[in-house]
Design a protein around this ligand. Structure first.
Ligand code: ATP
Ligand code: MG
Length: 565
Protein backbone atom coordinates (compact mmCIF):
# COMPACT_ATOMS: atom_id res chain seq x y z
CA UNK A 1 0.00 0.00 0.00
CA UNK A 2 1.17 3.51 -0.76
CA UNK A 3 2.90 4.85 2.29
CA UNK A 4 2.25 8.33 0.94
CA UNK A 5 -1.49 7.96 1.06
CA UNK A 6 -2.77 9.11 4.39
CA UNK A 7 -6.24 9.66 5.64
CA UNK A 8 -6.70 12.78 7.70
CA UNK A 9 -10.13 13.79 8.94
CA UNK A 10 -11.63 11.33 6.50
CA UNK A 11 -9.95 13.12 3.60
CA UNK A 12 -7.28 11.52 1.51
CA UNK A 13 -4.24 13.72 1.31
CA UNK A 14 -1.54 12.63 -1.02
CA UNK A 15 2.00 13.66 -0.28
CA UNK A 16 4.74 13.60 -2.88
CA UNK A 17 6.27 10.23 -3.63
CA UNK A 18 10.04 9.87 -3.58
CA UNK A 19 10.38 10.26 -7.34
CA UNK A 20 8.35 13.47 -7.35
CA UNK A 21 10.52 14.76 -4.54
CA UNK A 22 13.66 14.13 -6.60
CA UNK A 23 12.14 15.84 -9.64
CA UNK A 24 10.93 18.81 -7.58
CA UNK A 25 14.45 19.25 -6.27
CA UNK A 26 16.04 18.92 -9.74
CA UNK A 27 13.74 21.58 -11.13
CA UNK A 28 14.35 23.88 -8.17
CA UNK A 29 18.12 23.47 -8.38
CA UNK A 30 18.03 24.00 -12.15
CA UNK A 31 19.43 20.53 -12.98
CA UNK A 32 16.75 20.34 -15.64
CA UNK A 33 14.25 22.75 -17.13
CA UNK A 34 11.49 20.46 -18.34
CA UNK A 35 10.78 16.85 -17.48
CA UNK A 36 11.12 14.06 -20.02
CA UNK A 37 10.41 10.39 -19.19
CA UNK A 38 10.21 7.27 -21.30
CA UNK A 39 8.90 3.73 -21.29
CA UNK A 40 11.55 1.39 -22.75
CA UNK A 41 10.07 -2.07 -23.41
CA UNK A 42 12.03 -4.87 -24.98
CA UNK A 43 9.83 -6.23 -27.80
CA UNK A 44 10.18 -9.86 -26.70
CA UNK A 45 6.69 -10.50 -25.37
CA UNK A 46 3.41 -8.91 -24.45
CA UNK A 47 3.19 -6.31 -21.71
CA UNK A 48 1.73 -7.22 -18.34
CA UNK A 49 0.30 -5.45 -15.31
CA UNK A 50 3.80 -4.67 -14.01
CA UNK A 51 4.61 -2.80 -17.20
CA UNK A 52 1.32 -0.93 -16.84
CA UNK A 53 2.65 0.42 -13.59
CA UNK A 54 5.83 1.62 -15.26
CA UNK A 55 3.92 3.13 -18.21
CA UNK A 56 1.43 5.00 -16.05
CA UNK A 57 4.15 6.15 -13.68
CA UNK A 58 6.31 7.56 -16.48
CA UNK A 59 3.40 9.03 -18.38
CA UNK A 60 1.82 10.40 -15.21
CA UNK A 61 5.01 12.22 -14.26
CA UNK A 62 5.33 13.74 -17.72
CA UNK A 63 1.74 14.96 -17.47
CA UNK A 64 2.14 16.25 -13.96
CA UNK A 65 5.19 18.34 -14.86
CA UNK A 66 3.89 19.35 -18.25
CA UNK A 67 6.74 17.46 -19.84
CA UNK A 68 7.25 14.82 -22.49
CA UNK A 69 6.79 11.06 -22.50
CA UNK A 70 8.57 8.89 -25.08
CA UNK A 71 7.92 5.33 -26.13
CA UNK A 72 11.18 3.65 -27.02
CA UNK A 73 11.69 0.05 -27.99
CA UNK A 74 14.81 -1.45 -26.56
CA UNK A 75 15.67 -3.55 -29.61
CA UNK A 76 19.38 -4.05 -29.03
CA UNK A 77 19.06 -7.83 -28.90
CA UNK A 78 18.05 -9.03 -32.39
CA UNK A 79 17.54 -12.70 -31.47
CA UNK A 80 14.44 -12.46 -29.37
CA UNK A 81 12.61 -9.53 -30.87
CA UNK A 82 9.60 -9.64 -33.11
CA UNK A 83 7.49 -7.08 -34.91
CA UNK A 84 4.35 -8.77 -33.58
CA UNK A 85 5.40 -7.65 -30.12
CA UNK A 86 6.15 -4.11 -31.24
CA UNK A 87 2.59 -3.78 -32.53
CA UNK A 88 0.98 -5.29 -29.46
CA UNK A 89 3.02 -3.07 -27.14
CA UNK A 90 1.97 0.06 -29.02
CA UNK A 91 -1.64 -0.99 -28.81
CA UNK A 92 -1.41 -1.66 -25.08
CA UNK A 93 0.35 1.60 -24.25
CA UNK A 94 -2.22 3.51 -26.29
CA UNK A 95 -5.11 1.69 -24.64
CA UNK A 96 -3.78 2.63 -21.21
CA UNK A 97 -3.99 6.23 -22.33
CA UNK A 98 -0.28 7.01 -22.37
CA UNK A 99 0.27 9.27 -25.38
CA UNK A 100 3.76 9.41 -26.85
CA UNK A 101 2.56 11.85 -29.53
CA UNK A 102 5.17 11.75 -32.30
CA UNK A 103 7.93 10.40 -30.10
CA UNK A 104 8.13 6.73 -30.99
CA UNK A 105 11.75 5.62 -30.97
CA UNK A 106 13.85 2.50 -31.34
CA UNK A 107 17.17 1.89 -29.63
CA UNK A 108 18.37 0.76 -33.06
CA UNK A 109 17.83 4.34 -34.28
CA UNK A 110 20.96 5.16 -32.27
CA UNK A 111 23.30 2.41 -33.44
CA UNK A 112 25.41 5.00 -35.30
CA UNK A 113 25.59 7.23 -32.21
CA UNK A 114 26.54 4.25 -30.09
CA UNK A 115 29.28 3.30 -32.50
CA UNK A 116 30.59 6.86 -32.42
CA UNK A 117 30.40 6.76 -28.62
CA UNK A 118 32.48 3.62 -28.57
CA UNK A 119 35.12 5.24 -30.80
CA UNK A 120 35.16 8.25 -28.51
CA UNK A 121 35.81 6.03 -25.49
CA UNK A 122 38.62 4.21 -27.31
CA UNK A 123 40.21 7.54 -28.24
CA UNK A 124 40.01 8.65 -24.61
CA UNK A 125 41.71 5.43 -23.57
CA UNK A 126 38.51 4.34 -21.85
CA UNK A 127 37.72 1.25 -23.89
CA UNK A 128 39.66 -1.64 -25.35
CA UNK A 129 39.16 -4.67 -27.56
CA UNK A 130 39.55 -7.87 -25.58
CA UNK A 131 40.18 -11.37 -26.93
CA UNK A 132 39.30 -13.33 -23.79
CA UNK A 133 36.48 -15.82 -24.20
CA UNK A 134 33.18 -15.32 -22.39
CA UNK A 135 34.24 -17.91 -19.80
CA UNK A 136 37.59 -16.28 -19.26
CA UNK A 137 35.99 -12.88 -18.87
CA UNK A 138 33.71 -14.31 -16.22
CA UNK A 139 36.63 -15.93 -14.46
CA UNK A 140 38.74 -12.76 -14.56
CA UNK A 141 35.85 -10.71 -13.21
CA UNK A 142 36.30 -12.01 -9.65
CA UNK A 143 33.56 -12.26 -7.07
CA UNK A 144 31.96 -10.14 -4.38
CA UNK A 145 34.78 -11.14 -2.05
CA UNK A 146 37.71 -11.11 -4.45
CA UNK A 147 38.81 -8.37 -6.84
CA UNK A 148 38.98 -9.07 -10.57
CA UNK A 149 42.10 -9.65 -12.61
CA UNK A 150 43.10 -7.40 -15.49
CA UNK A 151 42.80 -8.74 -19.01
CA UNK A 152 46.14 -9.19 -20.84
CA UNK A 153 44.60 -7.11 -23.66
CA UNK A 154 43.75 -4.19 -21.38
CA UNK A 155 46.69 -2.06 -22.35
CA UNK A 156 46.44 -2.18 -26.11
CA UNK A 157 47.20 1.15 -27.74
CA UNK A 158 44.48 3.48 -28.90
CA UNK A 159 45.50 2.88 -32.53
CA UNK A 160 45.39 -0.87 -32.19
CA UNK A 161 42.00 -0.70 -30.48
CA UNK A 162 40.61 1.55 -33.20
CA UNK A 163 41.78 -0.83 -35.85
CA UNK A 164 40.48 -3.96 -34.11
CA UNK A 165 37.12 -2.36 -33.35
CA UNK A 166 36.78 -1.37 -36.97
CA UNK A 167 37.58 -4.95 -37.94
CA UNK A 168 34.89 -6.12 -35.53
CA UNK A 169 32.44 -3.85 -37.28
CA UNK A 170 33.56 -5.05 -40.69
CA UNK A 171 32.78 -8.65 -39.91
CA UNK A 172 36.31 -9.98 -39.65
CA UNK A 173 35.63 -12.02 -36.50
CA UNK A 174 33.34 -14.79 -35.46
CA UNK A 175 30.69 -14.33 -32.79
CA UNK A 176 32.38 -14.20 -29.39
CA UNK A 177 35.89 -13.91 -30.79
CA UNK A 178 36.37 -10.33 -29.62
CA UNK A 179 34.48 -7.82 -27.52
CA UNK A 180 34.86 -4.15 -26.70
CA UNK A 181 35.14 -3.46 -23.00
CA UNK A 182 34.97 -0.26 -20.99
CA UNK A 183 38.22 0.35 -19.12
CA UNK A 184 37.08 1.20 -15.63
CA UNK A 185 38.34 -0.64 -12.56
CA UNK A 186 38.86 -4.39 -12.10
CA UNK A 187 39.08 -3.90 -8.34
CA UNK A 188 35.83 -2.00 -8.00
CA UNK A 189 33.58 -3.32 -5.23
CA UNK A 190 30.79 -3.06 -7.83
CA UNK A 191 31.20 -5.96 -10.25
CA UNK A 192 29.36 -4.04 -12.97
CA UNK A 193 32.29 -1.61 -13.04
CA UNK A 194 34.95 -4.30 -13.64
CA UNK A 195 35.56 -3.50 -17.30
CA UNK A 196 32.09 -4.43 -18.54
CA UNK A 197 31.61 -5.60 -22.11
CA UNK A 198 29.96 -2.82 -24.13
CA UNK A 199 29.98 -4.28 -27.66
CA UNK A 200 29.86 -7.86 -28.90
CA UNK A 201 30.16 -9.51 -32.30
CA UNK A 202 26.89 -11.12 -33.39
CA UNK A 203 26.22 -12.02 -37.00
CA UNK A 204 22.49 -11.56 -36.85
CA UNK A 205 19.86 -9.84 -38.92
CA UNK A 206 18.12 -7.07 -37.05
CA UNK A 207 14.40 -6.41 -37.62
CA UNK A 208 15.12 -2.72 -38.10
CA UNK A 209 18.66 -2.36 -39.42
CA UNK A 210 18.81 -5.62 -41.35
CA UNK A 211 22.39 -6.76 -41.99
CA UNK A 212 24.00 -3.36 -41.55
CA UNK A 213 25.61 -4.37 -38.27
CA UNK A 214 27.36 -7.44 -37.02
CA UNK A 215 28.31 -5.82 -33.73
CA UNK A 216 25.66 -4.91 -31.19
CA UNK A 217 25.90 -2.73 -28.07
CA UNK A 218 25.18 -4.18 -24.62
CA UNK A 219 22.19 -2.88 -22.68
CA UNK A 220 24.21 -1.05 -20.02
CA UNK A 221 26.05 0.93 -22.66
CA UNK A 222 23.10 1.47 -24.98
CA UNK A 223 20.46 2.54 -22.51
CA UNK A 224 22.13 5.69 -21.13
CA UNK A 225 22.98 6.79 -24.69
CA UNK A 226 19.37 6.34 -25.80
CA UNK A 227 18.15 8.35 -22.82
CA UNK A 228 20.71 11.09 -23.33
CA UNK A 229 20.07 11.36 -27.09
CA UNK A 230 16.36 11.85 -26.45
CA UNK A 231 16.87 14.43 -23.72
CA UNK A 232 15.28 12.16 -21.13
CA UNK A 233 15.75 13.85 -17.76
CA UNK A 234 14.62 11.08 -15.43
CA UNK A 235 15.24 7.51 -16.47
CA UNK A 236 12.98 5.50 -14.24
CA UNK A 237 13.62 1.78 -13.95
CA UNK A 238 13.22 -1.05 -11.51
CA UNK A 239 15.42 -1.97 -8.56
CA UNK A 240 17.50 -4.65 -10.27
CA UNK A 241 19.29 -1.81 -12.09
CA UNK A 242 20.37 -0.05 -8.92
CA UNK A 243 23.84 -1.64 -9.04
CA UNK A 244 24.13 -0.64 -12.68
CA UNK A 245 23.62 3.06 -11.94
CA UNK A 246 27.35 3.83 -11.50
CA UNK A 247 27.94 2.43 -15.00
CA UNK A 248 25.02 4.42 -16.38
CA UNK A 249 26.52 7.58 -14.88
CA UNK A 250 29.99 6.64 -16.13
CA UNK A 251 28.74 6.27 -19.73
CA UNK A 252 26.94 9.62 -19.91
CA UNK A 253 29.83 11.35 -18.18
CA UNK A 254 32.59 9.88 -20.38
CA UNK A 255 30.57 10.64 -23.50
CA UNK A 256 30.28 14.21 -22.20
CA UNK A 257 26.56 14.70 -22.60
CA UNK A 258 25.84 18.25 -21.40
CA UNK A 259 22.59 17.49 -19.52
CA UNK A 260 22.95 13.89 -18.43
CA UNK A 261 19.79 11.99 -17.51
CA UNK A 262 19.36 10.69 -13.98
CA UNK A 263 18.47 7.07 -13.30
CA UNK A 264 15.93 6.46 -10.52
CA UNK A 265 14.90 2.99 -9.39
CA UNK A 266 11.62 1.82 -7.89
CA UNK A 267 10.30 -1.57 -6.78
CA UNK A 268 8.63 -3.85 -9.31
CA UNK A 269 5.00 -4.61 -8.93
CA UNK A 270 4.30 -8.22 -8.01
CA UNK A 271 0.91 -9.80 -7.55
CA UNK A 272 0.42 -12.56 -5.03
CA UNK A 273 -0.36 -15.95 -6.60
CA UNK A 274 -0.29 -14.56 -10.11
CA UNK A 275 2.07 -15.35 -12.98
CA UNK A 276 3.78 -12.12 -14.01
CA UNK A 277 7.07 -12.09 -15.83
CA UNK A 278 7.19 -12.30 -19.59
CA UNK A 279 9.23 -15.49 -19.53
CA UNK A 280 6.62 -17.44 -17.59
CA UNK A 281 3.69 -16.06 -19.53
CA UNK A 282 5.49 -16.97 -22.74
CA UNK A 283 5.95 -20.52 -21.53
CA UNK A 284 2.25 -20.86 -20.67
CA UNK A 285 1.43 -19.68 -24.17
CA UNK A 286 3.97 -21.92 -25.88
CA UNK A 287 2.92 -24.98 -23.87
CA UNK A 288 -0.70 -24.20 -24.84
CA UNK A 289 -1.78 -24.17 -21.24
CA UNK A 290 -3.54 -20.93 -22.01
CA UNK A 291 -5.20 -19.91 -25.22
CA UNK A 292 -2.76 -17.21 -26.37
CA UNK A 293 -1.21 -14.08 -24.86
CA UNK A 294 -4.63 -12.59 -24.29
CA UNK A 295 -6.15 -15.56 -22.45
CA UNK A 296 -8.36 -13.81 -19.87
CA UNK A 297 -6.70 -15.75 -17.03
CA UNK A 298 -3.40 -13.99 -17.62
CA UNK A 299 -2.40 -10.55 -16.42
CA UNK A 300 -0.93 -9.40 -19.70
CA UNK A 301 -2.52 -6.09 -20.62
CA UNK A 302 -4.15 -7.72 -23.65
CA UNK A 303 -5.64 -10.37 -21.37
CA UNK A 304 -6.92 -7.84 -18.86
CA UNK A 305 -8.52 -5.87 -21.67
CA UNK A 306 -10.13 -9.01 -23.07
CA UNK A 307 -11.33 -10.00 -19.61
CA UNK A 308 -13.07 -6.63 -19.31
CA UNK A 309 -10.74 -4.49 -17.23
CA UNK A 310 -10.75 -0.80 -18.11
CA UNK A 311 -7.80 1.60 -18.33
CA UNK A 312 -9.40 3.56 -15.48
CA UNK A 313 -9.43 0.51 -13.22
CA UNK A 314 -5.75 -0.14 -13.91
CA UNK A 315 -4.89 3.49 -13.25
CA UNK A 316 -6.73 3.28 -9.95
CA UNK A 317 -4.89 0.10 -9.07
CA UNK A 318 -1.51 1.60 -9.87
CA UNK A 319 -2.37 4.70 -7.82
CA UNK A 320 -3.35 2.56 -4.85
CA UNK A 321 -0.10 0.58 -5.08
CA UNK A 322 1.99 3.74 -4.97
CA UNK A 323 5.70 3.84 -5.73
CA UNK A 324 8.21 2.43 -3.34
CA UNK A 325 11.81 1.32 -3.00
CA UNK A 326 10.90 -1.90 -1.21
CA UNK A 327 9.80 -5.04 -3.04
CA UNK A 328 6.43 -6.33 -2.00
CA UNK A 329 3.55 -8.25 -3.40
CA UNK A 330 0.03 -6.93 -3.87
CA UNK A 331 -3.08 -9.04 -3.50
CA UNK A 332 -4.93 -9.80 -6.76
CA UNK A 333 -8.05 -8.88 -4.79
CA UNK A 334 -6.97 -5.27 -4.96
CA UNK A 335 -7.10 -5.35 -8.74
CA UNK A 336 -10.57 -6.88 -8.53
CA UNK A 337 -11.60 -4.21 -6.08
CA UNK A 338 -10.53 -1.54 -8.57
CA UNK A 339 -12.52 -2.94 -11.49
CA UNK A 340 -15.62 -3.37 -9.32
CA UNK A 341 -15.32 0.21 -8.12
CA UNK A 342 -14.89 1.42 -11.69
CA UNK A 343 -17.82 -0.48 -13.18
CA UNK A 344 -20.36 -0.42 -10.42
CA UNK A 345 -21.83 2.97 -11.27
CA UNK A 346 -20.95 3.00 -14.95
CA UNK A 347 -22.53 -0.16 -16.26
CA UNK A 348 -26.15 -1.40 -16.39
CA UNK A 349 -27.31 -4.25 -14.17
CA UNK A 350 -29.02 -6.94 -16.18
CA UNK A 351 -30.55 -10.32 -15.45
CA UNK A 352 -28.81 -13.49 -16.59
CA UNK A 353 -29.26 -17.10 -15.54
CA UNK A 354 -26.04 -19.08 -15.63
CA UNK A 355 -27.25 -22.46 -14.37
CA UNK A 356 -30.91 -22.59 -15.38
CA UNK A 357 -33.98 -24.45 -14.27
CA UNK A 358 -37.47 -23.69 -15.53
CA UNK A 359 -39.99 -21.94 -13.32
CA UNK A 360 -43.61 -22.27 -14.47
CA UNK A 361 -46.22 -19.92 -13.03
CA UNK A 362 -49.28 -22.12 -13.33
CA UNK A 363 -51.85 -19.38 -12.73
CA UNK A 364 -50.30 -16.91 -15.19
CA UNK A 365 -52.11 -16.69 -18.57
CA UNK A 366 -50.51 -18.77 -21.29
CA UNK A 367 -49.06 -16.80 -24.18
CA UNK A 368 -49.13 -13.48 -22.29
CA UNK A 369 -46.14 -11.17 -22.10
CA UNK A 370 -46.03 -8.08 -19.97
CA UNK A 371 -43.18 -5.63 -19.62
CA UNK A 372 -41.68 -4.19 -16.47
CA UNK A 373 -39.78 -0.96 -16.49
CA UNK A 374 -36.53 -1.64 -14.68
CA UNK A 375 -33.91 0.96 -13.72
CA UNK A 376 -30.54 0.16 -15.28
CA UNK A 377 -28.58 1.00 -12.19
CA UNK A 378 -30.22 1.77 -8.87
CA UNK A 379 -27.19 3.77 -7.75
CA UNK A 380 -26.97 5.81 -10.93
CA UNK A 381 -30.24 7.16 -12.24
CA UNK A 382 -28.59 8.72 -15.25
CA UNK A 383 -28.27 5.28 -16.82
CA UNK A 384 -32.04 5.32 -17.34
CA UNK A 385 -34.28 2.29 -17.48
CA UNK A 386 -35.32 -0.50 -19.80
CA UNK A 387 -38.33 -2.71 -20.48
CA UNK A 388 -37.99 -6.31 -19.36
CA UNK A 389 -40.43 -8.96 -20.63
CA UNK A 390 -42.16 -11.34 -18.22
CA UNK A 391 -44.32 -14.39 -18.91
CA UNK A 392 -45.58 -17.71 -17.65
CA UNK A 393 -42.32 -19.60 -18.11
CA UNK A 394 -39.11 -18.25 -16.71
CA UNK A 395 -35.57 -19.44 -16.05
CA UNK A 396 -34.16 -19.14 -12.56
CA UNK A 397 -30.84 -20.22 -11.07
CA UNK A 398 -30.73 -23.86 -10.06
CA UNK A 399 -29.44 -22.96 -6.60
CA UNK A 400 -32.36 -20.60 -5.99
CA UNK A 401 -34.50 -23.69 -5.45
CA UNK A 402 -34.14 -26.43 -2.84
CA UNK A 403 -36.29 -29.47 -2.52
CA UNK A 404 -35.57 -29.55 1.17
CA UNK A 405 -34.37 -26.22 2.45
CA UNK A 406 -31.41 -25.99 4.76
CA UNK A 407 -31.52 -23.69 7.74
CA UNK A 408 -31.74 -19.99 6.84
CA UNK A 409 -32.54 -20.74 3.20
CA UNK A 410 -35.04 -18.07 2.16
CA UNK A 411 -35.34 -18.74 -1.53
CA UNK A 412 -37.71 -21.11 -3.32
CA UNK A 413 -38.79 -24.39 -1.74
CA UNK A 414 -42.19 -26.02 -1.66
CA UNK A 415 -44.64 -23.80 0.20
CA UNK A 416 -42.34 -20.75 0.36
CA UNK A 417 -43.04 -17.34 -1.15
CA UNK A 418 -40.30 -15.18 -2.69
CA UNK A 419 -40.09 -12.02 -4.71
CA UNK A 420 -39.19 -12.29 -8.37
CA UNK A 421 -36.97 -9.26 -8.69
CA UNK A 422 -38.83 -6.29 -10.29
CA UNK A 423 -41.95 -8.44 -10.85
CA UNK A 424 -44.33 -10.43 -8.60
CA UNK A 425 -44.33 -12.56 -5.48
CA UNK A 426 -44.56 -16.26 -6.27
CA UNK A 427 -45.20 -19.26 -4.03
CA UNK A 428 -43.66 -22.59 -4.85
CA UNK A 429 -46.27 -25.30 -5.34
CA UNK A 430 -44.21 -28.25 -6.53
CA UNK A 431 -41.52 -29.51 -8.85
CA UNK A 432 -40.71 -32.18 -11.42
CA UNK A 433 -37.64 -34.33 -11.82
CA UNK A 434 -36.06 -35.78 -14.93
CA UNK A 435 -35.16 -39.44 -15.39
CA UNK A 436 -31.87 -38.87 -13.55
CA UNK A 437 -33.63 -37.57 -10.49
CA UNK A 438 -32.55 -33.99 -11.11
CA UNK A 439 -35.06 -31.20 -10.61
CA UNK A 440 -36.10 -30.01 -14.06
CA UNK A 441 -39.11 -27.77 -13.52
CA UNK A 442 -40.34 -25.82 -10.51
CA UNK A 443 -43.98 -24.86 -10.29
CA UNK A 444 -45.43 -21.85 -8.56
CA UNK A 445 -48.37 -19.46 -8.48
CA UNK A 446 -48.13 -15.70 -8.49
CA UNK A 447 -50.14 -13.07 -6.68
CA UNK A 448 -51.18 -10.31 -9.14
CA UNK A 449 -51.62 -7.88 -6.22
CA UNK A 450 -47.87 -7.88 -5.59
CA UNK A 451 -46.93 -6.42 -8.98
CA UNK A 452 -43.73 -4.42 -8.68
CA UNK A 453 -44.37 -0.69 -8.74
CA UNK A 454 -48.02 -1.09 -7.80
CA UNK A 455 -47.33 0.45 -4.41
CA UNK A 456 -48.01 -0.89 -0.96
CA UNK A 457 -47.90 -4.59 -0.28
CA UNK A 458 -48.65 -5.74 3.25
CA UNK A 459 -46.73 -8.98 3.01
CA UNK A 460 -42.99 -9.22 3.36
CA UNK A 461 -40.83 -11.99 1.94
CA UNK A 462 -37.29 -12.78 2.91
CA UNK A 463 -35.95 -13.90 -0.43
CA UNK A 464 -35.62 -12.12 -3.77
CA UNK A 465 -34.45 -14.03 -6.81
CA UNK A 466 -33.77 -12.96 -10.37
CA UNK A 467 -35.17 -14.56 -13.51
CA UNK A 468 -35.29 -14.39 -17.27
CA UNK A 469 -38.41 -14.80 -19.36
CA UNK A 470 -38.00 -18.10 -21.22
CA UNK A 471 -39.73 -17.13 -24.45
CA UNK A 472 -37.60 -14.01 -24.95
CA UNK A 473 -34.30 -15.18 -23.47
CA UNK A 474 -31.11 -15.31 -25.48
CA UNK A 475 -28.96 -18.34 -25.03
CA UNK A 476 -25.29 -17.58 -24.46
CA UNK A 477 -22.01 -19.00 -23.30
CA UNK A 478 -20.43 -17.69 -20.11
CA UNK A 479 -16.90 -18.41 -18.94
CA UNK A 480 -16.07 -18.32 -15.26
CA UNK A 481 -12.44 -17.86 -14.36
CA UNK A 482 -10.50 -18.78 -11.28
CA UNK A 483 -6.83 -18.29 -10.53
CA UNK A 484 -4.58 -20.02 -13.04
CA UNK A 485 -2.31 -21.26 -10.30
CA UNK A 486 -3.12 -23.30 -7.26
CA UNK A 487 -3.17 -20.78 -4.42
CA UNK A 488 -2.73 -23.41 -1.74
CA UNK A 489 0.50 -24.66 -3.23
CA UNK A 490 1.89 -21.28 -4.32
CA UNK A 491 2.82 -20.22 -7.85
CA UNK A 492 6.01 -22.21 -8.32
CA UNK A 493 6.77 -25.82 -7.52
CA UNK A 494 9.59 -25.84 -4.97
CA UNK A 495 11.30 -28.90 -6.46
CA UNK A 496 11.54 -28.13 -10.16
CA UNK A 497 10.39 -24.50 -10.45
CA UNK A 498 7.42 -25.44 -12.63
CA UNK A 499 4.05 -23.76 -12.15
CA UNK A 500 1.47 -25.27 -9.81
CA UNK A 501 -1.56 -25.03 -12.06
CA UNK A 502 -5.15 -24.97 -10.88
CA UNK A 503 -7.05 -27.56 -12.98
CA UNK A 504 -10.30 -25.62 -12.51
CA UNK A 505 -9.15 -22.23 -13.68
CA UNK A 506 -11.83 -22.08 -16.36
CA UNK A 507 -15.43 -23.23 -16.33
CA UNK A 508 -17.43 -22.89 -19.52
CA UNK A 509 -21.19 -22.65 -19.13
CA UNK A 510 -22.82 -23.24 -22.48
CA UNK A 511 -26.45 -23.02 -21.54
CA UNK A 512 -27.00 -19.64 -19.98
CA UNK A 513 -30.04 -17.48 -20.57
CA UNK A 514 -29.82 -13.72 -20.76
CA UNK A 515 -32.55 -11.12 -20.85
CA UNK A 516 -33.25 -10.02 -24.38
CA UNK A 517 -31.88 -6.52 -23.78
CA UNK A 518 -28.40 -8.00 -24.01
CA UNK A 519 -28.93 -8.73 -27.68
CA UNK A 520 -26.39 -6.89 -29.80
CA UNK A 521 -23.86 -6.55 -26.99
CA UNK A 522 -20.54 -5.60 -28.58
CA UNK A 523 -17.00 -6.92 -27.96
CA UNK A 524 -15.49 -5.42 -24.78
CA UNK A 525 -18.91 -4.20 -23.62
CA UNK A 526 -19.45 -5.05 -19.98
CA UNK A 527 -22.44 -5.45 -17.70
CA UNK A 528 -23.29 -6.34 -14.18
CA UNK A 529 -25.34 -9.52 -14.06
CA UNK A 530 -27.37 -9.07 -10.91
CA UNK A 531 -26.32 -11.21 -7.98
CA UNK A 532 -23.45 -12.67 -10.07
CA UNK A 533 -20.75 -10.22 -10.95
CA UNK A 534 -19.39 -8.23 -13.85
CA UNK A 535 -19.17 -9.79 -17.29
CA UNK A 536 -17.67 -8.68 -20.56
CA UNK A 537 -18.35 -9.72 -24.14
CA UNK A 538 -15.39 -11.77 -25.34
CA UNK A 539 -13.72 -9.91 -28.17
CA UNK A 540 -12.31 -13.00 -29.81
CA UNK A 541 -15.04 -15.63 -29.69
CA UNK A 542 -18.34 -13.81 -29.29
CA UNK A 543 -20.63 -13.62 -32.35
CA UNK A 544 -23.72 -11.56 -32.81
CA UNK A 545 -25.96 -14.63 -32.68
CA UNK A 546 -23.80 -16.60 -30.25
CA UNK A 547 -22.69 -14.31 -27.47
CA UNK A 548 -19.78 -15.30 -25.26
CA UNK A 549 -19.19 -13.54 -21.97
CA UNK A 550 -16.17 -13.60 -19.67
CA UNK A 551 -16.64 -13.09 -15.97
CA UNK A 552 -14.45 -10.16 -15.04
CA UNK A 553 -15.04 -10.46 -11.34
CA UNK A 554 -17.72 -11.68 -8.97
CA UNK A 555 -19.59 -9.27 -6.75
CA UNK A 556 -18.29 -10.54 -3.48
CA UNK A 557 -14.94 -9.51 -2.20
CA UNK A 558 -12.84 -10.29 0.78
CA UNK A 559 -10.53 -7.43 -0.08
CA UNK A 560 -10.77 -4.25 1.97
CA UNK A 561 -8.79 -1.07 1.55
CA UNK A 562 -6.59 -0.76 4.64
CA UNK A 563 -8.36 2.48 5.55
CA UNK A 564 -11.72 0.68 5.64
CA UNK A 565 -10.60 -2.00 8.05
P1 ATP B 1 9.83 -9.14 -17.39
O1 ATP B 1 10.80 -9.43 -16.29
O2 ATP B 1 8.41 -9.26 -16.98
O3 ATP B 1 10.16 -9.83 -18.64
P2 ATP B 1 11.26 -6.84 -18.21
O4 ATP B 1 11.76 -5.94 -17.15
O5 ATP B 1 12.21 -7.74 -18.85
O6 ATP B 1 9.98 -7.59 -17.67
P3 ATP B 1 11.16 -4.83 -20.21
O7 ATP B 1 10.44 -4.83 -21.50
O8 ATP B 1 12.63 -4.90 -20.22
O9 ATP B 1 10.56 -6.03 -19.36
O10 ATP B 1 10.67 -3.65 -19.29
C1 ATP B 1 10.19 -2.41 -19.71
C2 ATP B 1 10.06 -1.55 -18.49
O11 ATP B 1 9.05 -2.06 -17.61
C3 ATP B 1 11.34 -1.48 -17.67
O12 ATP B 1 11.57 -0.12 -17.33
C4 ATP B 1 11.04 -2.32 -16.47
O13 ATP B 1 11.78 -1.91 -15.37
C5 ATP B 1 9.54 -2.13 -16.29
N1 ATP B 1 8.93 -3.26 -15.60
C6 ATP B 1 9.02 -4.55 -15.93
N2 ATP B 1 8.37 -5.33 -15.05
C7 ATP B 1 7.85 -4.50 -14.12
C8 ATP B 1 7.08 -4.69 -12.93
N3 ATP B 1 6.72 -5.91 -12.52
N4 ATP B 1 6.73 -3.60 -12.22
C9 ATP B 1 7.08 -2.37 -12.63
N5 ATP B 1 7.81 -2.12 -13.73
C10 ATP B 1 8.20 -3.16 -14.47
MG1 MG C 1 13.90 -7.35 -19.97
Amino acid sequence: MDENLRVEDGQETVSRNFIEQIIDEDLKEGHCKAVCTRFPPEPNGYLHIGHAKSILLNYGLAQEYNGRFNLRFDDTNPTKEKTEFVESIKEDVKWLGADWEDRLYFASDYFDKMYEGAIKLIKKGKAYVCDLTADEIREYRGTFETPGKESPYRNRSVEENLELFENMKNGMYEDGEKVLRAKIDMASPNINMRDPVIYRVAHMTHHNTGDKWCIYPMYDFAHPIEDAEEGVTHSICTLEFEDHRPLYDWVVQELEYPNPPKQIEFAKLYLTNVVTGKRYIKKLVEDEIVDGWDDPRLVSIAALRRRGFTPESIQKFVDLCGVSKANSSVDYGMLEYCIREDLKLKRPRMMAILDPIKLVIDNYPEGQTEYFEVPNNLENESLGSRQVPFGRELYIERDDFMEEPVKKYFRLYPGNEVRLMNAYFVTCTGFEKDENGRVSVVHCTYDPATRSGSGFCERKVKGTIHWVDASHAIKACVRLYENLVDEEKGVYNKEDGSLNLNPDSIKVLTECYLEENLKGAKPYESFQFVRQGFFCVDARDSKEDALVFNRIVSLKSSFKLPTQQ
